[in-house]
Design a binder for this molecule. Structure first.
Ligand code: AHG
Ligand code: MN
Ligand code: MN
Length: 347
């Protein structure tokens, strides 16, 4: 047969890539597969989100007499259920749960991994039909047996063995890395499979997009204010003025910048001196991906992946994206805001 493009599904790709881990017995591959399956279930519900008003509001009962759950609660339950049933995960830390969820059962007694997850990112965009996502981060446990522990979930991002995100957008995509580059898969709803559509993703070293919530401008550090003004100044050589693009779903802003080149900034502010975004399940996984794609991610001063987490829901300022753009932001911060708003804890 000739000229028939071979479609590579996520499942096939994961199996093919397994040879990059010669000593692994396939547990990480199974874990990734489980996350992929759960995200398809979440995708199905996300696509129905606009129907909530005719089926019944969140917290109410729908016409079938079933409880209607908020999507972020639903997504959280789906991912936890998949990780519980998969047998490869010994603890989950989720944005939706104060404490870790230890897992220990007959099938998971040899589980080697912990997963940190933001089940639904950009949840304020659900009701307005704007892209939202899921972000996940995978570590090898450091404890030896029994259910996973808090310490297993508080490792620096540099210890991640896998990370990824799903963006529920104009199409649904899953993008992940296991430390050997970044690959993206688009969900083909007609066959219900994620298909390899973006092999070996690389972020351009320079970009012309800056993404920051400028509504907080007056509260930003001087270095960020000056950088924003720099983005707006005309300059042929650097293709300025840059375009401002801010969706308000970190995953979606990140995904666009990864493909087109750009910088995403959520700085420390006067009101939130540690920034808003979470280190464990937002900044670390996306930092692992951006570095694997040739980009850079810092808190403005230090590499995000080197920060040593102290608590599960810890926040950090973040500057991530095209390498040269991130370095420019760092230069502005060093020059105009040399005093860090909070003391950081380097691993
Ligand atoms: P989540 O929906 O998981 O709570 O995350 C929302 C986050 C992130 O997705 C986004 O980049 C940021 O909040 C937007 O915050 P602002 O509205 O303050 O810009
Ligand atoms: Mn989030
Ligand atoms: Mn969330």
């Amino acid at each position: 047969m000739e000229n028939i493009n071979r479609v590579v599904t996520l499942g096939q790709f994961i199996i093919e890539r397994q040879k990059e881990f010669p000593y692994s017995k396939g547990q990480l591959s199974r874990l990734l597969r489980d996350i992929g399956i759960a995200s398809k279930i979440v995708n199905r519900e996300v696509n129905k989100a606009g129907l909530v008003n005719i089926l019944g509001d969140a917290g109410a009962t729908n016409v079938q007499g079933e409880d209607v759950k908020k999507l972020d609660v639903f997504a959280n339950e789906q991912f936890i259920a998949a990780l519980n049933a998969g047998g490869e995960c010994c603890a989950v830390a989720s944005e939706e749960d104060e404490d870790i969820i230890p897992i220990y059962s007959e099938i998971s007694k040899d589980a080697k991994y912990v997963v940190l997850i933001d089940p639904l990112d950009g949840s304020s965009n659900i009701d307005v039909n704007v892209s939202i996502g899921t972000i996940f981060s995978i570590y090898r446990r450091t404890s030896f047996n029994g259910p996973g522990t808090l310490e297993d979930c508080l490792q620096p991002g540099s210890e991640q063995v896998g990370a990824g995100y799903v963006v529920y957008g104009s199409s649904t995509m899953l993008v992940y890395t296991t430390g050997h580059g970044v690959n993206g898969f688009t969900l083909d709803p007609s066959i219900g499979e994620f298909c390899l559509s973006h092999p070996d993703m690389r972020i351009p070293e320079n970009g012309t997009i800056y993404s920051v919530n400028e509504g907080n401008y007056v509260d930003f550090p001087e270095g960020i204010k000056k950088y924003i003004k720099y983005c707006q100044e005309p300059d042929k050589k650097t293709k300025r003025p840059y375009s401002s693009r801010y969706i308000g779903s970190m995953v979606a802003d990140f995904h666009r910048n990864l493909i087109k080149g750009g910088v995403f900034i959520y700085p420390a502010t006067g009101k939130a001196p540690e920034g808003k975004l979470r280190l464990g399940y937002e900044c670390n996984p996306l930092s692992f991906i951006i570095e694997q794609a040739g980009g850079k991610s810092t808190d403005g001063f230090n590499r995000i992946l080197d920060l040593k987490p102290k608590t599960l829901h810890q926040r950090t300022p973040v500057v991530m994206g095209s390498k040269n753009m991130v370095e420019k932001v760092e230069e502005f911060l060093r020059t105009y805001s040399p005093v860090k708003p909070v003391e950081y804890f380097i691993g």
